[in-house]
Design a protein around this ligand. Sequence first.
Ligand SMILES: [Zn+2]
Length: 358
Amino acid sequence: MKVDLNEILRELSEMYDEDSFDTYVTLYLKKDALDQKFLERREKACRSLLKGDEKKNFTDTMESIREFIKKNVSANIAIFASHKYNVLKTVSLPVEIDNSLIVDSSPYIRPLARIQDEWESFTLVLLSSNYAKIYSLSLGEIEYEKNLSKDIMNRHKKGGCSQARFQRLRKGAIHAFLTEVVEALEKIADKRIVLAGPGTSKIQFRDMLPKYLAERIVDVIDISIDDEKELLKESVRLISEREEKKSREAVQQLKEEILKDGLVAYGAEETLQAVKNGQVELLIVEKDYKIKGWICENCQIVKEGSVKECPYCGGSVSEVDVIEEILEFAERTDADVEFTDDEEITDLGHIGAILRYK
Ligand SMILES: [Zn+2]
């Protein structure tokens, strides 16, 4: 089954309990942490701080989380759960994320958003004149593959028809085969396609693709058909290099927009305002930075800094990472997110956005 992280992040970003700060449990767990004391210790600490319905919800939620973990011990996982809302969402992760257990009014999505940014899914087409394999890769793993092959006449005729007629027939057969591959690809193509194989078939194939698919090709690799393993590694590497380049370009774009006072917001306060209004096209976030802030239980206002009670309505407040709050708004409004460790983002207030409108 295809894991659509975009879809999952969107769903998670829409989960929010207005009545309680302590409804959703988020757990990121390394596979080798399963037999350690991490979970037990955090669970005990959190439980001791909760009361009444919130405590009961936490206990029930942890029970279903434990049940899931027991059956899935062999992966790095992220779990988002709430017994109260009957939610248990789980994702196996391609890399280890620091263990964390968080109890909050909404799922904690930042580490997952970063994985989504760094591990883009793509389609890989490995192709020769009579053989094709199409792979869907997601989170660095093969999720689906389809084999196609056809008996195409050998390059050299063995008698019978004339050389010219033989070549015509052979060309026709190759064209028919590649057409089949195009049709198969149309059904499953991701937003990014890598094309690979020996010789010129892949170029002929590229020229046969409808425009909308041709535009999705991010790389063409010349490689022998036997090197499948090598090819998979190489294509994952290419896609991750491309990701790094994209995040550098995003910071450049942000800088240029700031210089010409264009469609841009930067710094926590301005970016938060823009993302709340649904203005953000592309959000750019410094990788590991957190901004201490608060959210009001009553009016849902989020601000940087710390206060004892909401200065607007006197409601009680809870401490938040302002960047996490911004990310949740971004996912809800279909903004793209780029994580970066470029120093320039630090100087611009750790976070910024390219806007759809102003
Ligand atoms: Zn308030």
